[in-house]
Design a protein around this ligand. Structure first.
Ligand code: DAH
Length: 340
């Protein structure tokens, strides 16, 4: 092999062995094999040689080129492998390290109360229905027998979206939807959000929650209403709880009543919670007015029903002794976490 080629090969070999990084190994490719590299220069000089010499020289030079290329590639592969191993070592996960603790949320008192009410009625065979918060004026008022001059219709009391659409002021609108879509026997409750134009203070909020109830079947009487609601009161507020029904008026029930429960704080002796009376008003109820049943296409000769509606905030505040409704909407985690 030509002396010059041998010398270049030897130099390339010792330089490749001496290379101590990927960059150095890569630089060797340029030094020996690049456009202006040493072996390239030698190959260029071939043009001045005699033809027979040129052939054997060319062969030797090409052979040398292959060998040098291979040496450099080997070194590059070696450094690449090292780099990879170093990267993997740096990425090692310590599975024994303690994890980051993500603080857990807590169920809101309103949800806790709705869940409690729902659990009691479910146990008595009721199913849960829902209706939209954006409702028709018809479903919220007309179909519930609230005549065109009913005071609740006033724009100072109700949030209207258009002349025919509003934010529902009561979950009673779900009664209408249920009567139109289901056939008796019906036994549903409908928890949900309601809206009224109230200025916020300790006992008022323009947004609040109600749970509505509706039962329709053959032969339903006021005795069923009293039995179901008395059982609810005992399961919700304690088995010693007594109930009392006072006559009242609602457009969608006849007769109508309000139900009081004996104070679950003082047992009826009189305290701050029951304002000394021993009784706490909990809900409105009554026998469904035939006009309401008719809107649902229900045969009023055959079927009767009862309905009731309660304010969730009121029950939550009484039961958990919260004295300002606004605390329920501020979402201060220190407040919410007390009801775990
Ligand atoms: N919708 C009534 C209100 O918001 C509550 C109510 C009373 C609902 C009597 C009823 C009922 O279903 O029978 O004040």
């Amino acid at each position: 092999m030509n002396e010059i080629i041998r010398r270049i090969m030897e130099e390339a070999k010792s330089r490749a062995e001496a290379a101590s990084s990927l960059e150095e190994a890569e630089a060797l490719r340029i030094k020996f094999l690049g456009k202006k590299g040493e072996l390239t220069d030698v190959l260029k000089s071939m043009k001045d040689m005699a033809p027979e010499e040129r052939k054997s020289f060319g062969q030797a030079a090409n052979e040398a080129k292959g060998i040098i290329e291979e040496m450099i590639n080997e070194r590059r592969a070696f450094f690449k492998d090292m780099q990879k191993k170093a990267e993997l070592a740096a990425q090692t996960i310590d599975v024994t390290e303690p994890g980051k603790v993500t603080p857990l949320g807590t169920k809101h008192l309103i949800s806790i109360t709705i869940d409690e009410i729902t659990r009691v009625f479910r146990s008595m065979g009721f199913s849960v229905s829902e209706g939209p918060e954006v409702e028709t004026v018809f479903n919220n008022f007309d179909a519930l027998n609230a005549g065109p001059n009913h005071p609740a219709r006033d724009i100072t009391d109700t949030f209207y979206i258009t002349d025919d659409v509003l934010l529902r002021t009561q979950t009673s609108s779900v009664q209408v939807r249920t009567l139109q879509s289901q056939k008796p026997p019906i036994a549903i409750i409908a928890p949900g959000r309601c809206f009224r134009c109230d200025t916020p203070d300790a006992t008022h909020s323009p947004m609040f929650h109600q749970v509505e109830g509706l039962v329709v079947d053959e032969g339903i009487t006021m005795a069923d209403l009293k039995g179901v609601l008395d059982s609810f009161a005992k399961q919700m507020f304690g088995s010693d709880t007594k109930t009392k029904f006072r006559p009242h008026h609602f457009p969608f029930t006849e007769p109508s009543a309000e139900m009081d429960v004996s104070c679950f704080k003082c047992g009826g002796k009189g305290c701050r919670i029951c304002k000394g009376s021993g009784w706490i008003e909990i809900l409105g109820c009554g026998m469904v007015h035939p006009n309401v049943l008719k809107v649902g296409g229900i045969d009023t000769e055959k079927y009767t029903g009862f309905a009731f509606g309660m304010g969730v905030e009121r029950i939550a505040m009484l039961k958990y002794e919260v004295d300002d409704i606004r605390l329920l909407y501020e979402n201060d985690i220190r407040f919410i976490q007390q009801f775990r």
